[in-house]
Design a protein around this ligand. Structure first.
Ligand code: FAD
Length: 440
């Protein structure tokens, strides 16, 4: 093999191709636009930002700020170009979207080692290949991926419930139990009185939902029902559905509460919990207001809001290694939103790791696993170790990083210390990776 194939020139694929070329490896980069487009893209540019022009926070008190800072250590084309075409946006890194995508397109097209081929890929090619075709992967390729992984491991939409940090739960108000005491006491239960339930119900019925793209309107029929739709069918629907109290006894009262909201462990470390059955399309501000009405969650830190949108993604905990390689074929990598990372920066970050690892593999070296203490490593760790039965895409967040040795109450201070630890780690690690990739 004398080149690496990259499929898709979005955020992840552009970054992957760039990292490969940076280490002297010839790349064939396949992009279907403009011959064929996705329902969300509007141009033929690479790394098109399909919606917002913001790459979110630039601060080290925010995990996506940390993620960007780590990517700068690897000369990420996405982040360096974003820095160059930043527009004023407070603490966020927002960009002039045209200059951003045009520059990335030109830089990649002009690179002597990158051969751009404008065609839809419908079969996964032989040899070292990175599939980075995004949340709206073309139908023909989706079919191929589904054949390869098994139908049950490729999904076509998110129906995600909000995820919160365990540390932010008030444990004086909740209790830990499984329904009918079956198995280990596994769920955090938030009990509600009738009055609390009625107040919660009324707020939920009136809460505002986010706008839906026309190509996403059919999702309800295909998947699980959002809680705001369920709620409109009447109070009983919730009491017999995700808020049913049966089989749960609150040890404080010795009785079954009127209603219960259950939280299920979301990551292997047990630092994150999701709200069972609360997949939702409410606006984010509304989600926060409603969640904080739940007893015990008054100060909940929401690390991932509920979403329901079209999204092609694979069951990474089942099929991927933390190097972004397919478990059954080391030569095949997946990257971007389709691996279950969520967001522009996260997609680019996974493309960066896949690109670096494909470069190492091409040179006959072992791909590397990024350290868990870093935002880059913690995302790869999460998507490959999360509960595969309930796997949903995830943004970068501090809840994914291992805790600090000491407890720090102030959130900003704690986040800054997590960032400092990550940056020290990534400094040494980036040097190590660079030496490894440059040493023939
Ligand atoms: P993409 O950037 O979509 O790149 C995939 C590329 O592969 C595309 O260029 C596509 O044309 C190409 N492709 C697909 N199939 C084939 C094929 N068979 N052969 C060849 N090429 C192919 N994230 C945010 O952070 N902020 C937002 O505001 C935001 N808004 C979003 C809005 C929508 C409607 C959607 C769907 C997602 C949004 N996201 C947002 C999530 C996500 O971060 C972006 O979708 C991001 O672009 C994902 O990067 P990617 O590289 O995985 O995929």
């Amino acid at each position: 093999q004398n080149n690496v194939n990259v499929i898709g020139a979005g955020l992840a694929g552009s970054e992957a191709a760039w990292q490969l070329a940076k280490y002297g490896i010839p790349v064939k980069l396949y992009e279907m636009r403009p011959t064929k487009s996705s329902p969300a893209h509007h141009t033929s540019q690479f790394a098109e930002l399909v919606c917002s022009n913001s790459l979110r926070s630039n601060s080290l008190t925010n995990a996506v700020g940390l993620l960007k800072e780590e990517m700068r250590k690897f000369h990420s084309i996405i982040i360096e170009t974003a820095d160059k075409y930043a527009v004023p946006a407070g603490g966020a890194l927002a960009v002039d979207r045209n200059l951003f995508s045009q520059t990335i397109t030109q830089t990649i097209k002009n690179h002597p080692l990158i051969d751009v081929i404008h065609e839809e890929v419908t079969e996964i090619p032989e040899g070292i290949t990175i599939v980075a075709t995004g949340p709206l992967t073309s139908e023909n390729l989706s079919k191929e991926i589904s054949k390869l992984l098994g139908e049950e491991y490729l999904y076509f939409y998110d129906a995600a419930a909000p995820i919160i940090e365990k540390e932010s739960i008030d444990f004086d108000k909740v209790f830990i139990a499984s329904r009918y005491d079956k198995g280990e006491a596994a769920y955090i239960n938030c009990p509600m009185t009738e009055e609390e339930f009625n107040r919660f119900y009324d707020a939920l019925v009136e809460a505002e939902t986010a706008e839906r793209k026309s190509f996403e309107k059919k999702i309800y029929f295909e998947g699980c029902m959002p809680v705001e739709v369920m709620v409109k069918r009447g109070r009983q629907t919730l009491l017999f559905g995700p808020m049913k109290p049966v089989g749960l006894i609150d040890p404080k009262t010795g009785k079954q509460p009127f209603a219960v909201i259950q939280l299920r462990q979301d990551n292997a470390e047990g630092t994150l919990y999701n709200i069972v059955g609360f997949q939702t399309h409410l606006k984010w501000g509304e989600q926060k207001r409603i969640i904080q009405m739940i007893p015990g969650l008054e100060n909940a830190e929401i690390v991932r809001y509920g979403v329901m949108h079209r999204n092609t993604f694979i069951n990474s905990p089942k099929v991927l290694k933390p190097t972004y390689q397919f478990k059954e074929n080391d030569q095949l990598f997946f990257a971007g939103q389709m691996t279950g990372v969520e967001g522009y920066v996260e997609s680019a970050a996974s493309g960066m790791i896949a690109g670096i690892n494909a470069a190492l593999l091409f040179k006959g070296k072992e791909p590397v696993i990024f350290p868990n203490e870093t935002a880059l490593g913690s995302m790869a760790h999460y998507i490959t170790t999360a509960d595969h039965k309930h796997f949903q895409p995830m943004n970068a967040n501090f809840g994914l990083l291992p805790s600090l040795n000491q407890k720090i109450k102030n959130k900003n201070e704690r986040n800054l210390q997590l960032s400092q630890r990550a940056l020290t780690t990534i400094q040494n690690f980036s040097q190590y990776v660079h030496n490894l990739a440059c040493d023939f």
